[in-house]
Design a protein around this ligand. Sequence first.
Ligand SMILES: Cc1cc2nc3c(=O)[nH]c(=O)nc-3n(C[C@H](O)[C@H](O)[C@H](O)COP(=O)(O)OP(=O)(O)OC[C@H]3O[C@@H](n4cnc5c(N)ncnc54)[C@H](O)[C@@H]3O)c2cc1C
Length: 463
Amino acid sequence: MSGSEGGDPRILLRGTSEYDRARRDATWNALLPDRFPEAIVQARGEADVVAAVRFAREQGLQVKARSGGHSWTASSIRDRSVLVDLGALDEIDYTPGAATVAVGPGVHGQQLNRALEDHGFFFPTGHCSTVALGGFLLQGGWGWNSRSVGPACLSIEAVDVVNAAGELIHASREENPDFWWAARGAGPGYFGIVTRFQLRLHRRPAAMRRSLYIYPLELRREVLGWAYEVGPRLAPELEFSLLATTPRPPGAAPGEKNTALIVNAHALMADADAARAALEIIDTCPVAGRALHRETQVETSFDELYSRSDAMEEKGYRWCADNVWTDAGIEDLLPAMDDLLTTVPTAVSHVLWYQWHRQEFPDAATSLQGNLYLAAYSGWTDPAEDERMVRWPRERMASLDATSNGTALADENLVARPARFMSEENERRLEQLRRRHDPDQLFASYLRGQAGHPPTIKRQGAS
Ligand SMILES: Cc1cc2nc3c(=O)[nH]c(=O)nc-3n(C[C@H](O)[C@H](O)[C@H](O)COP(=O)(O)OP(=O)(O)OC[C@H]3O[C@@H](n4cnc5c(N)ncnc54)[C@H](O)[C@@H]3O)c2cc1C
């Protein structure tokens, strides 16, 4: 954002080669949607955002912001709209010693944690380095150590927002509280454009250690049964996940598909002895002796953790994702997981089993959770495979519907599989607030689709 009042935005109109490039670059996913904004405004500061919102209103178009473009469904790219690209609003305003920071929506997670490194604080950013704070925070923000410090949106103390009248307002618990409450979880359905977040910081974990086991897929029942049993006993500061994919070290190209089961645990704690003790539970799997590979009690850092996550979800592929929160019992989970784990379609595709630690979500639109977060991600390169690859996560997650509490907006795929993503009460409140603060629906809301879903992401509301 650098100074950040703006005043000289780049405006790209549909039908030009610059527009085509900017539209493609607006999404991290190589699978481009069949949707076309009328104009793309590359904002340099908040004045540009104000001007873009007023321009859209005058033209009878909707508006949608884009911060880092990591929405799997490219929910910012909409027909009959003005796309406001906030990537350049990437200022980090930090006073050494303070327990709060102000950031622009274009700041990437790793960028923020690097800036805080020497100051004893961290922020629970997304697990991959380039996920921007804008969309991440608004949708809930299930980040590093969120099991302990909460979803990142609960650390939003205030936001600066351009509202539907094209005014820049400040919102906090005391001032314009509707805009503050909705910023804590409304995600792609937010009725404004956030130009700046004021965030509460957390003590940086002084002890960071990790362990990893790779099991052959044949041992899935034993490993999953054990993971289900130990899950509720894990320390909140221990991140624990199972990933079904073809293992490869960071930087290595994917080879032939050979799905294995990777148990990953990260202890992010204040005390080294506590971190060591918390990780020991990972060695208790009854088939640990049959693991193909193990790395135990390795000292780690945020930079290493980001690069390990980045290796799993690489840019350049066509991606499709979907997820559920669930409290299902192991008897229901095992057959469903069997189906998921044995059908992972390509070497880069994967299934995530993430053990959540339930907590209260006060004063926030975000409201769904479950004991387990399950997500399926298909990754591929050949457009001829689009239909099959888009179908896999949707169908597999739909098969878990009966035991699901709903979906997280993080890896949502509402365009392919509309599902509950908020408590009924919060969804009702959000829609009331939208009617009050954006009666003309200037801001495009959730990208909900129909059941029948074509190969590429379906255009919505297009003429
Ligand atoms: C590789 C990868 C890793 C991920 N890891 C995690 C993870 O660890 N944890 C997690 O919770 N999620 C994760 N996600 C999901 C990601 O956090 C969400 O898709 C998030 O919305 C991305 O934010 P963005 O700004 O990059 O996305 P964008 O595509 O730019 O925006 C996403 C949505 O938010 C809206 N939006 C963005 N910024 C603003 C703003 N300033 N004002 C108003 N509306 C706005 C957009 O209009 C759009 O609808 C990951 C996604 C990817 C692709």
